[in-house]
Design a protein around this ligand. Structure first.
Ligand SMILES: Nc1nc2c(ncn2[C@@H]2O[C@@H]3COP(=O)(O)O[C@H]4[C@@H](O)[C@H](n5cnc6c(=O)[nH]c(N)nc65)O[C@@H]4COP(=O)(O)O[C@H]3[C@H]2O)c(=O)[nH]1
Length: 733
């Protein structure tokens, strides 16, 4: 310590205790007089550390000298503050920067107080100065962190908020934008009742606060909210509760994301999955859901529910004759009309095609339902303009009612469908209630239809084969494939029972395709096994000829199985060919061009005439079994059969008779130059295994048989049969 400083101190502290204390202080104690130079009376040793200069340095002979170390920017403020405090006899406190002897800038904190005499005049100023550089730096860092934080908050794309149960305490510009306000201040001032002003769903804010209280946070809390202009958007909130030291909730803070676009997209995807694209109506999946809900509700309230199955009567005709676009337009018009007839709480769904299903919440009596059905019928049958034409259609409706007609969605639908079918049977353009229409016949039919739907996949269908015999050689010449349905519970079901149903429901398309493919594969197998070439005949139904792509299906089957086209025969009834003649002729020409063999089935039962027959590229006439049955005893039938044989030969067609059950019938046909015959007499339809065995064994129509009837001349096996008739007989290839 310098001599000067020690001297000064000793004036105050004779014992030295005070000077030791002051010099050990982590700061610098000072006292200067209130004279012209502000002469220093006391500066403690801390001066060295704080300023880098020794306390008794000439510099400190006056306060003014000390002030030269001060940062120019802080000096005036410092002086002014001290002057004002002293003038009012108050202590002062200030912070300023100085230049340390080592060239560094330091922050100092100074606290001073004036010393006044009895008359109140300022005698001296004394005080303490400490180095607060470290704290200032820390403050700076804190400030920087805060600045950065603020910048993140201000510039975030997500909305950020702090709120209390009473309202917002801070919000960022993004949130202000999301909620459509002008500024954070405006938003916080106007949006006071968050629960009612913001959330669309009542009680949503309470749920938010409850979760915050229970879990301390919420994640992806999705809600619909009102913007300032009352438009509605979807938001997702993530927030946490901030507690004070005592564990009391101070506020909630969190982020808000506008998820409206995502929600709209999700809604669109959901809509597509549950609605029909053409009409926008609920589809089958949504119908089931609504129906199940409706049933539950009706059950709960002990009410009834009506389900109406509606089918547009002439739709197929319009679709076929005017084209799909016209059909689509008609369906759109119909769906709008149906919607207009229903209440908002009811459902109109489209199952596909021209089938609509309506769910009616049905509170009142049957009259109410009747009047709705009348309204629907009259609305559907109003004329509509499609592609410049005026069209009028009608509809058939079947109605089932919960709980009387079923308490399961499936059952109600099935029963409404049955009732609709009844309405169709009763001449269309009417509606029928299920109760009362379910005759055993209808029930059986529905049952059969449902079973048939799964028959192919369940491998319950099989083909049996019936031989067709060449009457000249007595040998198997070809085979007719006849479908068999082996039902696990019901046993063998006759095609006569299910083929018409399959035709009506459209199931004939997959079934028919399966038959063609299986028959081709079988004939090819026989060929591969080394048997003589056996032509396989397949029955074609009207829908296959008129609505499917028969030529393509046949081509695919031939390509896939490798069967030569000439070994495939298609049997088409004459009535089928007469209907929709132009399409029929075109399809038959396509098939003929491929090399497929074509026969007219059930010949003689339709309206075929010579002139028509000439137009069709057919190879063979098949005389219907109703004429064959009595040829031996009925002269008329015998005459008809003879005439058909002649007619066929005149047209250069082969002729076959079906339903041949006796030797007499076979003899008659042979005598009258019929080329082939088929019937129980020669062989019943049998399984493929049995038919393969048949091919290995001699023909049933043995030489002995034919000789007995005086028909057959013995002929060597290898020799080709003589041609007794004048008409040509095509070769198998
Ligand atoms: N009384 C008597 N009947 C005989 C005799 N010989 C054969 N039949 C039977 O007469 C039917 C001949 O077939 P269809 O006239 O085409 O009549 C067929 C045909 O229209 C249809 N069908 C059968 N299989 C198919 C198929 O795969 N596709 C299509 N679309 N229809 C088929 O079902 C009808 C009935 O078939 P099936 O019950 O197999 O009955 C067969 C056959 O078993 C006989 O000597 N006497």
């Amino acid at each position: 310590m310098s001599a000067l400083f020690a001297n000064k101190l000793s004036q105050f502290d004779e014992s030295g205790v005070l000077s030791t204390l002051l010099n050990n202080l982590d700061g610098m104690v000072f006292r200067y007089r209130n004279d012209a130079l502000s002469s220093m009376e006391l500066v403690s040793a801390g001066c060295q550390k704080i300023t880098g200069y020794a306390a008794d340095h000439a510099l400190y002979l006056s306060r003014l000298s000390y002030e030269r170390l001060c940062h120019a920017d802080d000096l005036d403020k410092m002086r002014e503050l001290i002057r004002e405090a002293l003038e009012h006899q108050l202590p002062y406190e200030l912070e300023y920067r100085i230049l340390h002897a080592n060239g560094e800038s330091r922050w100092l904190w100074e606290r001073g107080v004036g010393v006044y005499n009895a008359s109140g005049r300022l005698e001296a100023v004394e005080g303490l100065i400490s180095d607060i550089t470290a704290r200032k730096k820390a403050d700076q860092v804190t400030l920087e962190v805060e600045r950065r934080y603020r910048s993140i908050v201000e510039n975030a794309i997500e909305g950020i908020f702090q709120s209390t149960p009473q309202g917002y305490i801070s919000v960022n510009p993004a949130l202000v934008r999301i909620y459509g306000y002008g500024s954070p201040q405006q938003m916080m001032a106007e949006l006071k009742q968050i629960d009612t002003q913001l959330y669309v769903e009542a009680g949503r804010r309470q749920q938010f606060m409850q979760l915050m209280e229970q879990q301390g946070s919420v994640t992806n809390f999705e809600s619909r909210v009102y913007r300032k202009d009352r438009s509605i958007i979807w938001i997702s909130e993530n927030a946490r509760t901030v507690y004070d030291e005592a564990g009391k909730i101070m506020f909630y803070e969190g982020t808000v994301e506008d998820i409206t676009e995502r929600k709209l997209y999700e809604a669109e995807i959901e809509h597509r999955a549950s609605h029909d694209m053409l009409t926008g109506l609920p589809n089958r999946a949504l119908l089931y859901e609504r129906l199940q809900q409706g049933i539950m509700q009706a059950q709960h309230h002990n009410e009834r529910l009506a389900l109406a199955f509606l089918d547009i009567d002439q739709f197929k005709y319009i679709n076929d004759s005017l084209g799909h676009q016209a059909g689509d337009q008609l369906l759109q018009i119909m769906s709008e009309r149906l919607l207009a007839c229903m209440r908002d709480s009811d459902t109109v769904a489209r199952l596909g095609g021209d089938e609509f299903v309506l769910i009616l919440n049905y509170h009142a009596d049957a009259d109410e339902l009747d009047s709705v059905m009348q309204r629907i019928r009259s609305s559907v049958s109003q004329p509509c303009r499609i592609e410049g034409r005026e069209l009028t259609v009608t509809c058939s409706i079947g109605i089932s009612i919960y709980p009387g007609d079923g308490d399961q969605a499936d059952v109600l639908l099935k029963n409404a469908d049955a009732a609709m079918y009844k309405a169709k049977e009763l001449g269309r353009d009417n509606y029928q209630y299920y109760a009362g229409v379910l005759t055993p016949a209808v029930a059986d039919r529905l049952d059969l239809m449902n079973k048939l739907r799964i028959a192919i996949e369940a491998r319950q269908l099989a083909l049996h084969y019936q031989p067709k015999i060449d009457l000249l050689s007595g040998r198997i010449h070809s085979a007719e494939a006849l479908i068999r349905w082996q039902h696990p519970a019901q046993g063998m079901i006759s095609p006569a029972d299910f083929i018409p149903l399959a035709e009506e429901t459209g199931l004939i398309m997959p079934i028919g395709e399966w038959v063609i493919h299986t028959a081709c594969a079988q004939a090819m197998q026989w060929l591969m096994l080394g048997h003589q070439p056996i032509r396989i005949a397949v029955n074609i139904s009207p829908r296959q000829l008129h609505h499917g792509d028969l030529a393509q299906i046949v081509k695919t089957a031939l390509d896939e199985t490798g069967l030569p086209p000439s070994l495939l025969e298609l049997e088409i009834t004459e009535s089928m060919m007469m209907h929709n003649m132009e399409t029929s002729i075109a399809t038959l020409h396509q098939l003929k061009a491929m090399g497929v063999y074509l026969s007219v089935d059930d010949f003689g039962t339709g309206y075929a005439s010579l002139s028509y027959l000439k137009k069709f590229p057919v190879d063979c006439l098949k005389i219907d079994q109703s004429f064959v049955r009595d040829i031996a005893i009925d002269r008329d039938d015998a005459a008809i059969v003879k005439a058909i044989i002649s007619l066929g030969h005149i047209l250069n067609l082969s002729v076959i008779a079906e339903g041949v059950e006796s030797l007499e019938q076979a003899s008659f046909l042979q005598q009258n130059a019929c080329d082939c015959a088929q019937g129980y007499y020669f062989g019943r339809p049998v399984s493929n295994e049995a038919f393969t065995l048949l091919l290995d064994t001699p023909a049933k129509l043995t030489d002995k048989d034919l000789n007995k009837a005086g028909l057959k001349q013995e002929q060597p096996q290898s020799a080709s049969p003589a041609k007794p008739q004048t008409h040509s007989r095509e070769s198998l290839y």
